[in-house]
Design a protein around this ligand. Sequence first.
Ligand code: ZN
Length: 236
Amino acid sequence: MNLERWRADNNRVEGWRDSLEIEIQESSESRRRRLERGELLLPSIEERFERREIEGKTVLELLSRGLDSKATRLFRGRISLTVRCRKRGHILAHVYPTSLRPIVVPRVAGVNPEHKEGRFKNVDALKEWRVNPAAYEALRLRDPWITESTDWEFYERLCETFKGETGRRLAYLKATYFDLQGMAILEPRLRQKVVTVEGVRYEPYWSWLCRCGEHRYPCYRLMAALDEGVPQDFAG
Ligand SMILES: [Zn+2]
């Protein structure tokens, strides 16, 4: 386990956690003030705010675990399910329980879109791997997993409002967006094997990557494995 990489990832986890805490606190504060003033929003907007808050709290619970320093890209504590590739047993994703809903976290989030080289344009991981396994290895290494992007102009403006060292940290957190592509909060609707959207039927699946290439894993199978309490499943 590369300690430097662990520190970098864990720093992002901590930043994300702090930024979510601020966001959740501000959103529940503003809702409280709205209710005090007797202001009512459209129910659909209110619902969206509530959903966003619950999602935030679920992710926050996972982030609060911190990363395991002895394994790669693994949060500390209990895991409900591990999905591996059938061929070589590489870990594709982990499912973590929370007090709200379970969360699935892929081990490889994808390709960093900031790499502009032509050969990485419009990559279909599987095709790329078949044609050139060496290039695929390079892609895998470029996977940023947790991404952070800071709006530095916005940060500068916030710095003028929040003075001092602590204020700079706050401005940074408020101007930074964290993400982990492919991380998903598991909803009961994912148990549906077939979904029809605008007349088109499709079977929802996740597409996960490992050194062997891309694997498709149906969402309903993940939900079934969780319902059955199976600790491990294989994709591909
Ligand atoms: Zn594999």
